[in-house]
Write a protein that binds this ligand. Structure first.
Ligand SMILES: NC(=O)c1ccc[n+]([C@@H]2O[C@H](COP(=O)([O-])OP(=O)(O)OC[C@H]3O[C@@H](n4cnc5c(N)ncnc54)[C@H](OP(=O)(O)O)[C@@H]3O)[C@@H](O)[C@H]2O)c1
Length: 249
C-alpha cells in the first residue's frame, strides 16, 4: 500500500511517517511532501520518495494523508484521486474535502497527545478505511463530525487538563508556604504518578473513588468539597466550550 503524506515534515505528519517506517512500512511505499522541499528528516530511510507536488503524490498513492495547517491547505482544482483520503485538518469538513477529491473515500481524524510515541487516542469519521492511523495510537471510528469535534475537545486536549490541575495544586501549595521543590514533588506524585493506578479502565477509577469515600478520611473530605464546589460542572463547562470552539472552526 502506497501512502502519501502532505505535511510529512510537520509535527503530526512526521510522527505518522516515522512510526510507519519504524513499524516496517517499506520506505519506497511512502511518499512525502512539504513546503520547503527535501530536508534531512528521512535520511535514515533513503528509499522514501519526495513527491513533486500534491497531484503527483495523489497519482502515485493509495492513501493520501493531509497534515498541513488548514490555512496552508489549497487545492486549485478537483483531483481525480480514487483512493483513501485521511485529513487531520480541523475546520476542513468532509463536504469541503469531497469537493477537492470527488472520487475518493474521505475520512477525518483528530489524533490527541502522544502521537509521536504511538500512544494517542485517534478518533476518526467518514468513509473507507483508516488502518494507517494505528501507527499513532488507539483508533476509534465515531459516527460523525460532531462526535469528532467533541473528541477534539476531550482527547485532543492531551495533557492540558492534568496540567491545569497540576498548576492549581502547585499554586495552592505555594500559598500555604511550602518550598517550591516540596510543592512540586507532591504535585508530581499526584498528577503524573498516581493516574497509572487506574489506567486499566474507568471501573478502576470508580473503585478507587469508592475506596477513598469508604475511608471517610482526609481525601474523602477533599473529594466532597471538590464536588460541592462544582468540580464536575467545571469539567463539563470546559468540554462544552472546547467542543463549541471545535465546531466553529
Ligand atoms: N499538532 C497537533 O497536536 C494536532 C492534533 C490534531 C490535528 N492536527 C492538525 O494536523 C495538521 C498538521 O499539524 P502540525 O502540528 O503537524 O503542523 P506543523 O508542525 O506546522 O506542520 C505543517 C506541515 O505542513 C507543511 N506545509 C505547510 N504548507 C505547505 C504547503 N503549502 N504545501 C506543502 N506542505 C506544506 C509543512 O512543511 P514545511 O516543514 O516545509 O514548512 C509541515 O510539513 C494541522 O491541520 C493541525 O490542525 C494537529
Amino acid at each position: 500500500m502506497k501512502i502519501g503524506i502532505l505535511g510529512a515534515t510537520g509535527w503530526l505528519g512526521g510522527a505518522l511517517a516515522r512510526n510507519l517506517l519504524k513499524a516496517g512500512h517499506p520506505p519506497g511505499d511512502l511518499l512525502v511532501l512539504n513546503r520547503r522541499g527535501p530536508v534531512a528528516d528521512f535520511d535514515a530511510w533513503p528509499g522514501v520518495i519526495w513527491a513533486a507536488d500534491l497531484a503527483a503524490m495523489a497519482a502515485a498513492c493509495d492513501v493520501l494523508v493531509l497534515s498541513v495547517r488548514p490555512e496552508d491547505y489549497r487545492v486549485s482544482a478537483p483531483l481525480p484521486f480514487g483512493g483513501q483520503v485521511i485529513s487531520f485538518m480541523a475546520g476542513v469538513s468532509l463536504e469541503d474535502l469531497a469537493r477537492d477529491f470527488p472520487a475518493a473515500r474521505i475520512a477525518r481524524a483528530m489524533p490527541g497527545g502522544g502521537a509521536s510515541e504511538g500512544t494517542a487516542h485517534v478518533p476518526w469519521c467518514g468513509t473507507g478505511e483508516a488502518g494507517v492511523l494505528a501507527a499513532l495510537g488507539q483508533v476509534d471510528r465515531v459516527a460523525d463530525e460532531a462526535a469528532l469535534a467533541y473528541l477534539s475537545a476531550l482527547s485532543g486536549s492531551g495533557a492540558a487538563y492534568p496540567a491545569l490541575m497540576a498548576q492549581a495544586m502547585y499554586r495552592h501549595a505555594l500559598a500555604q508556604g511550602l518550598p517550591a521543590d516540596v510543592a512540586w514533588n507532591a504535585v508530581r506524585s499526584v498528577v503524573c504518578g498516581s493516574p497509572a493506578l487506574f489506567a486499566g479502565g474507568i471501573a478502576q477509577a470508580e473503585a478507587l473513588l469508592d475506596t477513598y469515600h469508604g475511608y471517610r478520611g482526609i481525601t474523602a473530605a477533599g473529594l466532597d468539597a471538590a464536588a460541592a464546589a462544582g468540580f464536575s460542572d467545571a469539567v463539563a463547562a470546559a468540554l462544552e466550550a472546547a467542543t463549541a470552539k471545535a465546531l466553529a472552526f
